[in-house]
Ligand binder design. Structure first.
Ligand code: GCU
Length: 676
């Protein structure tokens, strides 16, 4: 008996994180479980297609796991009715859930809508919500909700910290790894409906006939889950693959080459999403190599894709070599002038900030600047600058901060959320993507808590006005199925984690001071790199007077790219929110902040308090021992130890380095000699 019991408990608690937030362990509260079980006893469905199959199979998994019952498929009078019907909301992905005493009805304009409705129902069960008197009507505010994998065909992932690529190119198209199906389930559960399979630094090989066959196999797996496949393309492909002398976008042969390529792709994959292009950025080829512009390049590709309703997602991540210039201003300078001149099947994809996914960035000035060209949001889930897979950083609050920022493009209330969901400028195309943090690790994301960032991308893309706290609440409940106290503790750590990381790495808006090239750990002293705008000194500009990049009128004046309302929040050194201070001002070390501390004292305080907060994270985590599965507990406990060690490293390296300029003492509460 003991042996059996131990097997049962092992089954209940052994966990390697593979099941993500779709964990479906048995609900412990018996009364609740019985109520749900009644509601899911029988199911009927009025349509039959590939999506209906996966919908029913998910329902079965969830009800067996969570409730211990096998939902029975019946013709009529079911307790759960799934149906396709025309809804008031005509959005093709919309769903409604209505419940009366004896019946729940989930309806959608399409089978995809019904699938999303079923996932919503499951989420409500996982989070112990009542299913009585439901009157839910939901539809995504953003059309394209995507992951962008930076995966290479040799199996490596650029900036990936969770193992190798999940795509086993050498096995495809013949063998379909079951992980592809679980990947699709996870994405569909949070409304993600697109995936860019390969790195933006794209190998041309992905659009060869050989690879397109493999891509088709993946597209076939993802289709029932409502997920379309996209590819990043290399702009020089006509030369590399086609043997042409040029890739000039205005050359007739080049145009024809891309048209033929588009035809080839769509013949194989009729619902292919489109091409993502990183052009003339960080050494990638592009139209400027031939004296043309981003507009010429994007429009040429868009023409090739238009007959198939294919999209061109053209990235605005561009910057030049000018050591005297301000990289902050580059994307706006390059793209604003073409507003309104891009073809209708083009989206300009913009990173949340003007530099590069730094720990905290003000918004890219392009949000709010492009009135006639759809711009979309690119967030980074993989923690390139956020401590890779050893630091626990819940990115929800960061995304929320960005989305809530007011661009003032059409007066107060013109938030980034309203720009990218199309409300503000009536964009016909809308999109939000996250650079994926997934890999071949059993738990998908390396750090188990990083799964939350993937989850968040989907939920925020569905509704960019949802709060990060609500998302954290859902995710923790679904992932851990633990008691209230533990759930609250985990949520609290999550909500504080990003600010803590910011404090011990990049306080007061100092930025781009991480290790050169690999981007890990502190290296504010980097003076030489392959490019001047990759050195830390270029950004922090510390000297004996002060620290920070002056972007006001006295400096680079990049602030002028914002509308007045936003600009005035940042332009005055005395009123700017301290978190953004060094983004916009070269602040004297002795300048007094509103709390009465000098810039130096405040910086050092934050470095030290940041480290202390990690100790607090460790204590809080220790308090939930035994309340969640031991594998995840120990995994996170160990990672927190590393995080603490590395927080000390960041603090000491930074304080000692900057002290060389400030020549001021460490404030008294922290005056133990720093390690050198
Ligand atoms: C960053 C990152 C690169 C990536 C680039 C991009 O610079 O370090 O690895 O290719 O962003 O977004 O294109």
């Amino acid at each position: 008996v003991l042996f059996l019991l131990s097997i049962i408990s092992l089954n209940t608690f052994a966990d390697d994180g593979y099941r993500l937030w779709l964990k479906y362990d048995r609900i412990q509260n018996e009364a609740l479980r019985k109520t749900y079980a009644q509601k899911l006893a029988t199911v009927s469905i009025n349509f039959s297609d590939e999506t209906s199959k996966v919908t029913l199979s998910e329902l079965e998994k969830a009800s067996l796991g969570l409730l211990g019952v096998k939902t029975k498929l019946v013709g009529s009078n079911a307790s759960l009715v799934l149906k396709k019907e025309i809804l008031t909301d005509k959005n093709s992905e919309a769903f409604e859930i209505k419940s009366t005493k004896n019946q729940i009805v989930i309806s959608g304009n399409t089978s995809k809508g019904v699938l999303y409705g079923v996932f919503e129902l499951i989420r409500r069960i996982q989070t112990s919500e009542s299913l009585e008197n439901l009157k839910i009507a939901s539809s995504p505010k953003i059309q394209l909700r995507m992951l962008n994998h930076w995966d290479n065909n040799n199996g490596t992932i650029e900036r990936g910290y969770a193992g190798m690529s999940m795509w086993k190119w050498y096995e495809l198209p013949e063998r379909i790894d079951t992980r592809y199906i679980d990947y699709a389930r996870a994405n569909a559960s949070i409304g993600i409906n697109g995936t860019v399979l390969n790195n933006v630094n794209a190998s041309a090989r992905f659009i060869t006939a050989e690879y397109l066959g493999k891509v088709k196999a993946l597209a076939d797996v993802f289709r029932p889950y409502g997920i379309k496949v996209f590819l990043s393309v290399n702009f020089a492909s006509p030369k590399i693959l086609g043997g042409l002398k040029t890739a000039d976008p205005l050359d007739p042969e080049v145009k024809q080459w891309w048209k033929n390529k588009a035809d080839e792709v769509y013949k194989l994959i009729p619902d292919f999403g489109g091409f993502v292009v990183k052009a003339n950025s960080e050494g990638e080829p592009g139209p400027m190599d031939f004296g043309r512009t981003h507009k010429d390049g994007a429009n040429m590709l868009a023409e090739a894709m238009a007959p198939h309703n294919g999209l061109i997602i053209w990235r605005a991540f561009v910057y030049n070599f000018d050591p005297k210039g301000d990289r902050f201003a580059a994307a706006y300078n390059e793209f604003k002038k073409f507003d309104g001149e891009f073809l209708p099947n083009i989206i300009i994809q913009v990173k949340n900030g003007p530099i590069d996914f730094q720990v905290r960035e003000p918004i890219s000035p392009l949000f709010g600047a492009m009135e006639k060209t759809p711009v979309s949001m690119e967030f980074q889930l993989t923690q390139e600058y956020l401590g890779w897979a050893t630091h626990w950083v819940y990115e929800g609050p960061m995304f929320e901060e960005v989305l809530k920022t007011d661009t003032f493009a059409k007066g107060a209330g013109s938030t980034v959320a309203k720009v990218i969901d199309g409300q503000l400028f009536k964009y016909p195309l809308t999109s939000m993507i996250g650079v994926a943090n997934t890999g071949s690790d059993r738990n998908w994301t390396g750090h188990p808590m990083a799964q939350a960032n993937w989850y968040t991308l989907g939920r925020m893309a569905w509704n960019p006005e949802i709060t990060s706290e609500k998302i954290a609440d859902e995710w923790v409940k679904m992932t851990f199925q633990s008691d209230k106290k533990s759930t609250e503790t985990i949520k609290k750590i999550m909500m504080e984690s990003r600010e803590i990381y910011t404090n011990y790495t990049n306080p007061l808006g100092v930025h781009h001071v991480m290790g050169e090239s690999h981007h890990f750990g502190p290296e504010p002293w980097v003076e030489k790199a392959p490019r001047p705008d990759w050195t830390a000194l270029y950004y922090h500009r510390a000297d004996t007077v002060g620290i920070g990049f002056d972007r006001t009128e006295k400096g680079s004046n990049s602030l002028a790219q914002y509308h007045l309302g936003l600009r005035s929040k940042y332009s005055d050194i005395n009123t700017i929110q301290p978190e953004f201070l060094l983004w916009f001002h070269h602040a004297p070390w002795r300048h007094k902040l509103q709390n009465g501390r000098t810039v130096w004292d405040e910086m050092v305080t934050r470095y030290y308090e940041g480290v202390k907060s990690v100790e607090n994270m460790q204590r809080q985590w220790a308090s939930i021992k035994g309340k969640i599965d031991s594998e995840t507990f120990e995994n996170v406990e160990a990672r927190l130890k590393t995080q603490h060690k590395e927080a000390l490293w960041w603090r000491d390296a930074s304080v000692v380095y900057f002290q060389k300029y400030s020549k001021m003492p460490v404030p008294s509460p922290y005056q133990k000699p720093a390690r050198t």
